[in-house]
Design a protein around this ligand. Structure first.
Ligand code: AMP
Length: 349
């Protein structure tokens, strides 16, 4: 009988990191995970964006199963029923391996499981118990679970985690069953997102007010929008929990509206939205995506966090030759000059 957590309060009080660590260490010892502890990595500062990046060669990547509903670049994105049934049948998240399960029932509808092919130690996923498509929008409770888990890991165990959601055909996802990922930041790694939100207070975004538009780091080569999250010292009652859920939902829907506008601007309204959503305990960011890969270099959320994972040395050399900024720009949408001053018509889609 696995662990069962019924409320956010219970979740907040867990020492989640120790539980993840125990399950991970045991699974690694028993060969239930594909993970090489001696991964080579290097830190490079991209000369154009001045963003620090970590590049790692993760051999487990080539073993990862692909269970997509449609291939990137496919004009006809409609998924037929046969394809959907095939995807559901091959789905590893519907009946996850017991050895990889961290929380068997979370708020009734979710599970936490370890990533079988982790990029880093203690990499885990939040998955829905029932099959749901990866390209459905995040529900307010799912955003709140992301935030509660990040907060827990930071407050209870002092671990700096981030969370991400790859959604849509060009987002770089590999599994079509709805899942959100949680990964620890490498030691001493400082993200540009945390730098640009430093000193910014929480605000509800509004297009027509200049200092209420989302935050951008203008040296980045790709469009992205960052919002500061509301922080709570303590959760005292259900009203506060509801307030947090509403706040996250408003911010997320605002970011979704932003990227709908981008798809319109680039005459891609006939396409389903593809994007990466990233979150840390005090910010959330969205990156609209037009391509899952540049040449044969695939990207999901991680490259936009400054974390590059490649299958082998040839790809590592290729990334360095092409340049990180160029790859991310081609996978996303090019940053425009004065991006922060552009007023998008929120309701013009
Ligand atoms: P994404 O590529 O963003 O769709 O994320 C899916 C993740 O699921 C990948 O990081 C895989 O390593 C992971 N994965 C694939 N198969 C399994 C499995 N059987 N159990 C747990 N995680 C898995």
């Amino acid at each position: 009988m696995g662990l069962k957590i019924d409320t956010l309060k219970e979740l907040r009080e867990l020492n989640l990191f120790d539980i993840v660590k125990d399950v991970f260490d045991k699974a690694l010892k028993n060969g239930d995970l594909i993970y090489d502890e001696n991964i080579e990595f290097e830190r490079v500062t991209d000369p154009e964006s001045e963003i620090e990046n970590e590049i790692k060669i993760v051999s487990g990547l080539s073993k990862r199963p692909n269970n997509r509903a449609s291939e990137p670049g496919n004009k006809d994105e409609e998924i037929n029923e046969d394809k959907l049934n095939e995807v559901i049948e091959k789905n590893p998240f519907l009946k996850p391996e017991i050895e990889l399960t961290v929380i068997d029932s979370l708020l009734g509808n979710y599970r936490l499981i370890l990533n079988k092919f982790p990029n880093t130690k203690y990499h885990f996923l939040l998955v829905t118990k029932e099959f749901e498509k990866q390209d459905t929008l995040l529900k307010p409770i799912e955003l709140q679970l992301m935030h509660t888990i990040l907060d827990n890991l930071k407050k209870v165990s002092n671990k700096e985690y981030f969370s991400f959601f790859n959604s849509g055909s060009e987002s770089g996802y590999s599994q079509f069953h709805k899942h959100i990922q949680f990964m620890m930041l490498p030691d001493g790694f400082c993200t540009y997102q945390s730098n640009v939100v430093r000193g910014v207070n929480y605000f509800i975004p509004k297009e027509i007010i200049e200092n209420r538009r989302p935050i951008v780091y203008e040296k980045a080569s790709y469009k992205h929008y960052i919002l500061k999250l509301k922080e709570y010292d303590m959760y005292e009652n259900e009203e506060q929990e509801e307030d947090e859920r509403d706040s996250l939902a408003i911010l997320y829907m605002y970011l979704i509206k932003r990227i709908m506008n981008i798809f319109k601007e680039f005459d891609m309204e006939d396409k389903k939205l593809s994007y990466n959503l990233l979150m840390m305990s005090n910010w959330m960011m969205i990156i609209p995506r037009r391509s899952a890969k540049f040449e044969d270099i695939w990207q999901n959320s991680l490259g936009f966090m400054g974390l590059f994972c490649v299958k082998n040395k040839e790809l590592r050399d290729k990334v360095m030759n092409i340049g990180i900024s160029k790859i991310l720009q081609e996978c996303g949408f090019p940053m425009e000059e004065g991006e922060r001053d552009i007023v998008y018509n929120e309701y013009g889609y």
